[in-house]
Design a protein. Structure first.
Length: 307
């Protein structure tokens, strides 16, 4: 059976060796856009990353396709309903990048709290005004989590060492006992969580329900010392409302690893102070890079029966 591999630079070689060892014919493609790949109709399986979109047009072209192996946690890039109709199995790597994203979330919180980016630019410009960077400490803060899956729980664990005072959680899919066991207090109302949290971290998928979940009304509930961090998906936060609040000093700061449009327009955040921006790199560690490829491949090899 032939496996066509896309986004080859972002697929770990260990995963490819596993497939070859199991008897699969592995062929590499230099294309990012699957529709441009002339060999797609010959593929029994495709191995992709989150940057390769699989929609109806791709599936129509891939007439022999029996399985998709996505070296990712999320599956937003795949039209799952269409795959189900065509009996195409999907394999991914749930949880493989959780620690990497959790660590990056903590880095963003500290970066915003201590105004690291502003301070770096200040020193590089030859200045030395220490009083300008009077900031806050993590110890004693109330942390609010919107979504409390594996990544959210890991962030909460890592922040315990900093002396976080209280962990509030809004997650309709978890009960009080589950949240309490992870060291949090369940909040039934999103707005109550926002009003009582000094640092708010988002850990949920982008769906019709969560799009612009944090909008102008929600930001208006935040205090002037509030920090908002998003390492989940762009589109959950209304960027126009957030930029307005940051410019007006309505909230203390924000840390964003994801955006409504990626890459975002350079001009959108140009004059916004105390916002730390990173180019969707929460998963970009050597370990997570390997784990996503290897775990997705392992799941495929265990769960897929050659036909």
């Amino acid at each position: 059976m032939k496996i066509l591999v896309f986004d080859t630079e972002n697929i770990h070689t260990d995963a490819l060796e596993m497939l070859k060892k199991d008897g699969y014919e592995v062929e590499m493609s230099g294309e990012m856009d699957l529709l441009k790949e002339g060999k797609l109709p010959e593929a029994d399986v495709i191995l992709i990353r989150i940057y390769n979109r699989v929609d109806k047009a791709v599936l129509d072209k891939a007439g022999r396709l029996k399985a998709i192996v996505s070296c990712s946690v999320g599956l937003d890039h795949i039209e799952k309903d269409e795959c189900t109709k065509r009996n195409i199995e999907i394999f991914n790597a749930p949880g493989s990048n959780s620690n990497a994203v959790a660590e990056h979330t903590v880095a963003l919180i500290l970066g915003v709290l201590r105004r690291v980016v502003e301070a770096t630019k200040h020193v590089k410009s030859g200045k030395w005004d220490r009083k300008r960077f009077m900031a806050y400490e993590l110890e004693g803060k109330t942390m609010g989590f919107i979504g409390f899956g594996m990544i959210g729980k890991l962030v909460a664990q890592k922040l315990k060492g900093f002396g976080i005072h209280h962990v509030l959680v809004y997650d309709p899919y978890l009960n009080r006992r589950q949240i309490k066991m992870a060291g949090g207090e369940k909040m039934d109302d999103l707005h109550d969580l926002i009003k009582h949290s000094e640092i708010i971290s988002l850990h949920l998928p982008l769906t019709e329900e969560t799009k612009n979940l944090i909008g102008e009304g929600e930001i208006a509930l935040m205090g002037p010392e509030t920090i908002l961090v998003n390492t989940s998906r762009g589109g959950i936060v209304d960027e126009n409302a957030l930029i307005k609040a940051l410019k007006n000093g309505r909230i203390y700061g924000a840390g964003l690893d994801v955006f409504e449009q990626e890459p975002p327009s350079r001009l959108r955040f140009m004059r916004v102070k105390n916002v730390v921006l990173t180019p969707h790199i929460g998963t970009m560690t050597n370990k997570a890079f390997r784990d996503m490829s290897v775990q997705a491949t392992e799941n495929f090899l265990k769960g897929f029966k050659k036909k």
